[in-house]
Ligand binder design. Structure first.
Ligand SMILES: [Zn+2]
Length: 394
């Protein structure tokens, strides 16, 4: 099959090749040619910008709001059905790859299996299974795995890998969800090192919920590769993340969307706390931008959910531009840079021969205005057309 009459966007350089056609064979991009006219079975993209499907790297498909609503005894099938709807929404919205960073009952790994069997149409999923919390620490009460001391963290991490986890999620500090939480460190260096050890055994890496600079510096020393939130980040620590080749997922939407939180059963206290952190959070991400830290797109909230006339993942990209990224850099954070973080750059994150045919199309140029992603009209996942509003309109 050919996708003809496209303006193919190279997300690495920002260059656009107009009047291009992309050949899709067995779910992969086989070739790209100029000026080919369409035949039967081809899809005419009518000049739309064609870019890689979006990658969202901080997702919880199974979460309940407020978090206190979590029932740790919930049967897996209930969790999986809740997660399935959100995964389908994400795919419709053009998010073709999800990195999950804690799911109750390992719903991510169950959905990944269902997808591999062809039972459900959802994004490509890379999962952490259950995150690992310290007793009483952040994540406690949300059906995470509990561990204290290096030996227990080593075993808990190995356990998630034994269930098929792609990476491990830990909480090195508190967060902003609950009253009385602080952003201080909640794991010892030995516990973090033990977790990283298990990840190295499985050629994988560790993702850390991280509120503050001191804890991030400790975790960098222990070998953590992926940092999440960074509500309080100073210039030196931002420079250290960059120097180590680690990545940061800002999740800016969690401190700037009070209406969405109110609509999703967050308490007024939780909303007030999130908004109070907002200005510091934005300043922290600006420090990361200034230091050249690779920033990637993740939302904490289900990325395909409606918000402010778009979906959460696109709103997050707009926030990343507000924090100082160019539109192209923000787009890279949802494509090639995100693919590098999840170690799938050989497979995902660009429109190039040899890569998987995960593709989206929009009428406007997102490197000029990231809000062009509000109008995704075409979604292809692994060579399957998920959505084609262009042909329908024609
Ligand atoms: Zn999270």
């Amino acid at each position: 099959m050919w996708l003809t009459n496209a303006a193919v966007l190279d997300v690495r350089s920002g260059t656009v090749t107009r009047d291009a056609s992309v050949e899709v064979v067995d779910g992969n991009i086989a070739s790209i040619e100029r000026g080919r006219s369409g035949g039967s079975g081809d899809i005419d993209l009518a000049g739309r910008y064609l870019l890689p499907g979006l990658v969202s790297v901080h997702t919880h498909l199974s979460v309940l709001y407020p978090f206190s609503a979590t029932d740790e005894t919930e049967p897996s099938w209930v969790t999986v059905l809740r997660a399935l709807g959100r995964a389908q929404d994400a795919l419709q919205a053009g998010i073709t790859t999800l990195r999950c960073v804690h799911e109750q009952n390992r719903a991510d790994l169950l959905l990944r299996h269902a997808h591999s069997q062809g039972w459900v149409r959802v994004p490509r999923i890379l999962g952490a299974g259950r995150a690992i919390s310290t007793t009483g620490g952040h994540g406690h009460g949300m059906a995470t795995s509990y561990a204290d001391g290096p030996d227990e963290f080593l075993k808990a991490a190995r356990t998630e890998f034994s269930f098929g986890a792609d990476h491990i999620k830990i909480f090195i500090t508190g967060g902003i969800a609950d009253a009385g939480e602080s952003l201080g460190a909640q794991m010892t260096v030995a516990e973090i090192e033990a977790t990283v050890r298990a990840a190295v055994e499985h050629s994988s890496y560790v993702v850390a919920h991280a509120g503050s600079s001191a804890a991030i510096r400790e975790a960098l020393g222990a070998g953590v590769r992926s940092f999440e939130h960074a509500y309080e980040l100073d210039d030196d620590t931002a420079g250290a993340i960059k120097a180590q080749g680690a990545f940061l997922t800002p999740t800016l939407c969690v401190t700037r969307c009070p209406d969405w939180m109110a609509d999703h059963d967050f308490t007024s206290e939780q909303i007030a706390r999130a908004m109070e952190v907002g200005p510091r959070h934005l300043a922290s991400i600006r420090a990361a931008v200034a230091a050249g830290v690779p920033l990637v797109n993740g939302t904490d909230y289900p990325p395909g959910e409606p918000i402010e006339d778009t979906v959460v993942a696109v709103r997050e990209l707009e926030f990343m531009v507000e924090a100082g990224l160019t539109p192209l850099q923000a787009l890279q954070g949802a494509t090639c840079t995100a693919a590098a973080l999840i170690r799938r750059e050989h497979q995902l994150g660009a429109v190039e021969p040899g890569l998987v045919a995960d593709l989206i199309a929009v009428p406007g140029d997102p490197t000029q205005d990231i809000a062009a992603l509000r109008d995704i009209e075409f979604v292809m996942s692994g060579g399957d057309v998920i959505r084609d509003d262009i042909t329908v309109a024609a």
